[in-house]
Write a protein that binds this ligand. Structure first.
Ligand code: HMG
Ligand code: MG
Length: 312
C-alpha cells in the first residue's frame, strides 16, 4: 500500500524550500562503539544521495586516536571517488594538518568546529577558546585561498554539561569571531539538546543584531530532550534555510557524553512534507536507508518516523 500521509497543509510565513545538511556519515557515526567498515560508510553515503539528499557531510580529518570511528577518512574518499568531492560534500577539519589531508584528497568544502564554552573547547579540541580561534584562523585563510567553501560550527550554544547555561552574548561573541575569519556559513550547535524554541528565537535575534543574519546561519540540534524538531521549525520560521539532520537520528559527540542523536532526517522530512516545504529527499528511501543501517549497527534507528513507517 502506498503512503498517503502526512497530508500537506501549508502555513503562512513558511519558505518554499529548505536545504537539508545531512550529517549522518560524520556526526551519526563518530560516536558509534564499533567502527563501521569503510565500504559500509560508502554505501550509506550512496544511499543518502540516491534518496535525494544533496548536501552530505562525509567524515572528519582528525587524528585517529581522537575519533577512531572516522580514522578512515582518506579511504572513504578514495572509495567514494567522484561522488565524494564538491561543494556539497563537506568534511570536518580542526587544524592545518587536517586541511592538508583534506586538500590532498581533493576536498573543496570544509567545516571547522569551535565551542562557545571553555570546558568543551578543552575537552574537544585540547585548547582554550582563544587558542582554538588561533588554530582555526590559518585553516580558514588557506581553505578560502584554495577556493574552498567553509562552514563554522559552534558547539554548546544553548547549554553546556559542565558549565550549565551559556549566556547569549558569549555565544554571539564566539560566532562573530569565527565568522570574522571569513567563513561562508555558521552552524549553531545544540550539542546536548537542551535548547527550546524561545531560546532559539532570541539567539537568532542576537546574532542578527551582531550582523549574522539567518541567511548565513544553519541550525544543528541534537534531540536529547525531544526538542530538536520544534527548535528547527522555529529557526525555519525565523528565516534559517539550512538545517542539519542525521538519517535515522544517529549521532552524538564522543567528548560530550550527554550528547545523544541528532534531529532525525526522517522526522524533519515528515514535518516539511506536511507543510509543503520542498527539500528534495524521498522519505521512503530514507527510511529504507535507516533500516539497512540499523542492521549494520545491530540496533534500531532512534527516529520515531522510521519506527512508525518501517515497523507498521
Ligand atoms: P592535540 O592532541 O592537541 O593535537 O589535538 P596536536 O597538534 O598536539 O597533535 C598531536 C598529534 O596528532 C601529532 O602527532 C599530530 O601530528 C597529530 P604525533 O606527533 O603525536 O605523532 N595530528 C593529526 N593527525 C591527523 N590529522 C590531524 C591531526 N592533527 C594533529 N588533523 C586536535 C588537537 C584539534 C587535533 C584534537 O583535539 C581533535 O582532533 N579534536 C576533534 C575531536 C572531534 O572530532 N570531536 C567531534 C567533532 S565536534 C562535534 O561533534 C560537534 C558538532 O557536531 C556540532 C555540535 O553538535 O555542537 C560539530
Ligand atoms: Mg553534533
Amino acid at each position: 500500500m502506498s503512503r498517503t500521509l502526512p497530508m500537506t497543509e501549508p502555513l503562512p510565513g513558511q519558505p518554499d524550500r529548505v536545504t537539508i545538511y545531512e550529517v549522518g556519515p560524520r556526526d551519526g557515526l563518530q560516536n558509534e562503539k564499533s567502527v563501521v567498515p569503510t565500504h559500509v560508510k560508502a554505501e550509506f553515503v550512496r544511499r543518502l544521495l540516491a534518496a535525494g539528499l544533496d548536501t552530505v557531510e562525509l567524515t572528519s580529518f582528525v587524528p585517529q586516536k581522537w575519533v577512531p570511528q572516522l580514522g578512515d577518512a582518506e579511504e572513504l574518499l578514495d572509495e567514494l571517488g567522484e561522488i565524494g568531492t564538491g561543494r556539497q560534500r563537506p568534511v570536518l577539519v580542526p587544524n592545518e594538518r587536517g586541511l592538508d589531508r583534506a586538500l590532498q584528497r581533493g576536498v573543496t568544502s570544509i567545516a571547522i568546529f569551535g565551542s562557545a564554552t571553555e570546558t568543551f573547547a578543552r575537552k574537544n579540541l585540547n585548547r582554550s577558546v582563544e587558542e582554538s580561534l588561533q588554530m582555526f584562523a590559518p585553516v580558514v585563510k588557506r581553505a578560502l585561498d584554495a577556493g574552498a567553501w567553509v562552514r563554522a560550527y559552534v558547539s554548546m550554544c544553548f547549554g553546556d554539561p559542565w558549565e550549565g547555561p551559556v549566556p547569549v552574548e558569549q555565544v554571539v561573541d564566539v560566532c562573530s569571531r569565527l565568522m570574522d575569519l571569513g567563513c561562508d556559513q555558521l552552524s549553531i550547535g545544540d550539542t546536548i539538546g537542551v535548547g527550546t524554541p524561545g531560546h532559539v528565537h532570541w539567539l537568532l535575534d542576537a546574532l542578527d543584531d551582531a550582523g549574522i543574519g539567518p541567511e548565513q546561519s544553519a541550525v544543528h540540534f541534537h534531540d536529547t530532550y525531544g526538542q530538536a524538531l520544534a527548535n528547527t521549525m522555529t529557526a525555519i520560521g525565523r528565516g534559517v534555510r539550512v538545517v542539519d539532520a542525521s538519517t535515522g537520528g544517529l549521532g552524538g559527540c564522543p567528548y560530550a557524553k550527554s550528547a545523544t542523536g541528532n534531529l532525525a532526517t526522517e522526522d524533519l522530512v515528515w514535518a516539511l512534507d506536511g507543510l509543503g516545504i520542498e527539500h528534495g529527499a524521498d522519505l521512503d528511501a530514507l527510511v529504507r536507508t535507516s533500516t539497512w543501517m540499523a542492521e549494520q549497527l545491530g540496533r534500531p534507528a532512534p527516529s520515531r518516523v522510521v519506527r512508525a513507517l518501517a515497523g507498521g
